[in-house]
Design a protein around this ligand. Sequence first.
Ligand code: ZN
Length: 201
Amino acid sequence: MEELLPEEHMEEGQCPLCGEKAEMGPWPDEIEDDGTPFTVIADKDVNCKSCRKYTLGEPLAALKADYGSRLHLISGFTRDHWDRTGERLRLTRDYLDKHLAQEPTPSQCIEKLLLHLRRKSEPEGFGAEVELHTQRDKAVAFARSRKEFKNFIDELVKDGHATEVESKRGPDIVVLKLTPKGCDRAKELDPSGGEPGRPAD
Ligand SMILES: [Zn+2]
């Protein structure tokens, strides 16, 4: 997919969805037209560690006014889209009205986390260690907060779909391994996804 802006033209800023440090394309210019100021509506690219790469296809103020309490869900959409396709999701009012009509249930959030775990396990094979940052990766489970994300992780482990590996990688890092049961469940949820290969005996 064609990039809208060369990456070097991006500036340091704050992700409008999650507040993490991000790189962003320039904001729209105010232009005087016969004395009447108006805002050029142009796509804005954002590269965020948490939401990954996406494009704002509507003015930010309008999005914040109408979807302000659901920004964590929008982070979830952009992250999911980038992780699955490697392409920017373009956020428009049409897209958001359609996709935000129903808030995901906690079990759907946990299923998203499980599918993320499978995706991350694929390159190394079954039982690979997958590192999650409790703040920056909470978007993979559409979680509103770090605390909610940790609860989803605990549920996944309680259900036997993953095991937690003890790690000394810092208080923000949780390391998980997909279990055979979790692998089967992921396959039920999304048969099109690949199955992590089992290590050779
Ligand atoms: Zn973000």
